[in-house]
Design a protein around this ligand. Structure first.
Ligand SMILES: CCCCCCCCCCCCCCCC(=O)SCCNC(=O)CCNC(=O)[C@H](O)C(C)(C)COP(=O)(O)OP(=O)(O)OC[C@H]1O[C@@H](n2cnc3c(N)ncnc32)[C@H](O)[C@@H]1OP(=O)(O)O
Length: 176
């Protein structure tokens, strides 16, 4: 029987301080630096779930709605949402905090996909991820749809085979 692990066992929290070298000429955190931190925190979550070496297979849309300022404290939280065979989807939520004013905002969230590999880089199966809370179940339920979308976009799945994805567009005329 496939091993099971709770989603909560993969939870990782990482704290960073925005230093001058991390910023652009407007003294805002550079997007690439944020994505680097997201990659690290989510890779650690995937490693905690799989107890394996993991590689980043894909990164879903990351948008930058709020700029993060020099001197802000950035907190990144990551958790596996669902495991498939060798791949795991990880959800990352990012908060930016200005400690002197006490203002804290959620600045970004994203989904990264990791694949567990053996020493030769070959994909290897991982434990099943068991969601418990309402939020974990919601993310788990949406993960299959997101997986199909990213595999279609990567040219690894035919749109006609993406049944879960098709079902959300399969609107009846009176819903259009
Ligand atoms: C000794 C060392 C100790 C280290 C201890 C310290 C570590 C301290 C932590 C720091 C951690 C930093 C971590 C950074 C992580 C990188 O940045 S890694 C560098 C960037 N990434 C890479 O170089 C990956 C390059 N790509 C690959 O190696 C291969 O394409 C992959 C991803 C392994 C897939 O291989 P493949 O032969 O295509 O395998 P295949 O069997 O077809 O598919 C395997 C799975 O990949 C999924 N997949 C493939 N492509 C995609 C895609 N585009 N989108 C979604 N899923 C995909 C498939 O759906 C499949 O999923 P399952 O159905 O099995 O669940």
């Amino acid at each position: 029987m496939r091993k099971q692990k709770k989603v909560s066992e993969s939870y990782v929290i990482m704290t960073e301080l925005v230093l001058p070298n991390d910023t652009n000429t407007l003294h805002n955190l550079m997007g690439g630096k944020m994505m680097h931190w997201m990659d690290i925190v989510s890779a650690i979550a995937a490693q905690k779930h799989s107890n394996r070496i993991v590689v980043t297979a894909s990164v879903d849309n990351v948008s930058f709605a709020e700029s993060i300022k020099l001197g802000n404290v950035v907190t990144l939280e990551a958790k596996v949402t669902r495991a498939f065979s060798s791949s795991m989807e990880v959800h990352i939520v990012v908060f930016a905090e200005d400690i002197p004013t006490g203002k804290k905002v959620m600045s970004n969230q994203a989904f990264f996909t990791f694949v567990a590999v053996d020493q030769s880089g070959k994909a290897i199966d991982v434990p099943e991820a068991i969601p418990e809370t309402e939020e974990e179940i919601r993310l788990y339920d949406g993960a299959l749809r997101r997986r199909q979308l990213r595999l279609v976009l990567a040219g690894r799945m035919k749109p006609s085979e993406a049944n879960e994805l098709k079902s959300i567009f399969d609107l009846k005329e009176d819903q259009e």
